[in-house]
Design a protein. Sequence first.
Lengths: 213, 298, 363
Amino acid sequence: MLKAILWSQWKPTRGLVLITSIIAFALPVSSLTITSTLRAQEVTRVMQSYGALYPMLAALTGLLIAMAAWAPDHAGRHTYALSLPVTRSQYAGMRFIAGSAFIGVTAAALLVGTLIVAVAGAIPDGLHVYPVALTFRFALAAMVAYAIFFAISSSTSQTAGVILGVMASILLAQFVLAMMEVDFNLIEKVGEFLAYRPGLFSVFAGRWMLIDA
Amino acid sequence: MSFAIETKDLRYTAGKTFQVSQLDMHVPHKSVYGFLGPNGSGKTTTIRLLLGLLKPHAGRVTVLGSEMPASYASVLARTGYVPERPHLYPGLTVDEALRFHGSFYPTWDGRWADDLVRQFALDRQRKIGSLSKGEGGKLQMTLALAQQPDLLVLDEPTDGLDPVVRRDILAAVLQYVTDRSATVLISSHLVHELERICDWVGLMDAGRLVSELPMQDFRSGLKRLRVSDAPDVLSSAPFTLMARDRGTGTVEQWVVRGWTPGMKEYFATVGASLREVVDLDLEEGFVEMLRAARQRAG
Amino acid sequence: MRKYVSWAIAIALFAGTAAGAQDIRTQERVVDAAQARVVRAQARVDALNDSIARTMQTFDSLTVGPLRVLVHPRFRTVVEAAARAASAKLVADAPAQVSRLAKVRLVVRPWSDTTEGGLVFLVRPGHNDRMEAYIDSDSATFAHHFVAIGERYLASTIDGRLRMWAGTLLLPDTASDRVWVQYRVDLVSANGVVARNCYGGDVRACMLTLGLTTTTDPVLEWYDAADRRAIIKREMDFRPHGYRVQSEQCLAGDDASCTDVLRQYTEYHRTPVMSDIRESLVSVALQLGGASAYDRLLVASGTPTEQLEAAATVPIDSVVRAWQRRIRDTRTASDAMSLPIAIGSLFWIGLCGALSLRSTRWR
């Protein structure tokens, strides 16, 4: 069953996986071509600018693969999936596992690219390459994005409405606080919680440095 | 008699106006049950309730001896379902769909699936999304049959298909029923189509099961009578009077159910004269039953 | 004619003298007024000090190790405990020199009659400077402030040449690992080849980098041709109109032009790396010198090199080599990945995954 679901999910997802894998491979390799003649200070500067691209790619990969996971079922209003002799949780679980495997493909492409940098790159004295750490973080970030959007995609429109309602409530609460001249930034607090440990998006924040001191 | 499908006081509300209410349905084991009703009468909704695709608001549903929707996984493992609208993944080819579907059913018969594919002349390498309506219907039937279900649920399987395809599909169903002694629930608004294959019929209208009876009784016991000088109130009639059209003259037209030839003597006892007994075909009987049901409800 | 000119000159001289005399008197009045204000201000300070002194006569006097504390009776118990803890720490850091703290007086009085917190300030006889802090009145907080005040007082007695060289307060505690990481990053990513060579192991380069030996021409001694060109290229982005022609010649490969332009950017002549890295060298010297290293630092004199050698009891070359080793051994844990990030991410993945398993059938 899992093999069947893997294959049925691979078909609509393979194009996306190919594109994200190419980008994931190209990012570190292209940073290498730029930094090969630079000194330590400039190398760290280049790595910092590239560092913004990895979490973006991770988020995009997770989002696209999650949406592709449920797209065929959404099109048929889930009738086929619901008429199969598996429990809903089993079915959702198999879909989740299948998508996770595809993220692994993109992460593997990134690992290959970073290992090329580690082996072939002329790293200035005092700096170090972190291919495995960066790839592992990329995989985790992509999985977090995938899990979030997979959960949203698997829910009903009512649940999506609830999520939007919560977000709107936060905005409304902030507006009310502002009208009452209460000096409390709710949106900032929520953002801090989400962005910093142990927030939902903390894996995306911070430095993503392939080469660092 | 044991039932493959049984519902008791089943209720469901969809949207603001449509209701399935007080549905007591009985589909005997190994029967071919024709589920008749006009468009929008609730046949598809009822089928979805039976298969656990919708959650009833009240009542009980038992399918193949198990409560639904609680035991949906085990029941669906023994149930082949062909929905009204196609629901397969359009990106898969016919071949991939067969392998995908077959992986979920331990009883899957790959060889028979191949035979059906050949019989239906399906191109295995074609994507589902590019199949015609008829080809899609055939594929759905192949998938449902090849899993060798104990219960086959077909929701308007021939709707919109040309006569040749309809004939092929129904032939496959009949073949399966003959070979496997399975139970079949087939819904349609094409009455004449079901006449050939069903041995039970349930009539649905406006969310209610209006009537449920063996096809033989439906076919033979339903008559139109031309009667004159009948009293306004009938007492102890041996048949069920479904409709009474007084017309403009002295001769009335009655539609009755449960007629047998020996009932002619009744009219003399009430001072009426039986002028003519006319056979109704299934479609006419279906229409009359619907009309009678609506009059009673109205 | 000559007579009229003479009279004019005489009148002008007389008027000028009168005016000057008037100006002098005005200035004298201004000076007198200012002096009077100073006297009045001093009188107010004296009155305040007298008032404080009278108030403090009602305070309890504590002597705990090197610390002498005047404390309002309300805080006596917690301050006594705090003074013991602080005294132990200060004695451990500078056993021989800690007795200097006896010259100062720590005063703890209530902030006000209504608040719970206390005001701690340091008084040095003969000085008007004070260090004040308002703090909550618990023993740990008082102890922390006693230690801080004591350390800062002792550090302020270190020879001025070393303090000026370091550019920071030299406390006995060594720099944290996080700070060493930053120093290492600064060194490897410095603008100049001298710093990078220092990282590479060149002791002489380190002496230059750390400012222990004087530099006659930083533009040539700290930077090589590639460095100079890179700096000019970067500066062209920020100062597009400064030294445009010469900068372009520099980028075309003329090192003389690079040198000339870089001589104008004086901010590149101060230090090869941020001067607070020097604190880390002091830290290494204290470690090499053992238990009484800080004591020796407090009484050392001479050049920064001589003072560091006195504290470490080894030649400066050895101190620098030890420092180099420490810098190279410091490696940042990669920001790219850490255990908390991994655990947090796995938690959220698991939570969202579990939520998705609850995907409902009812659609």
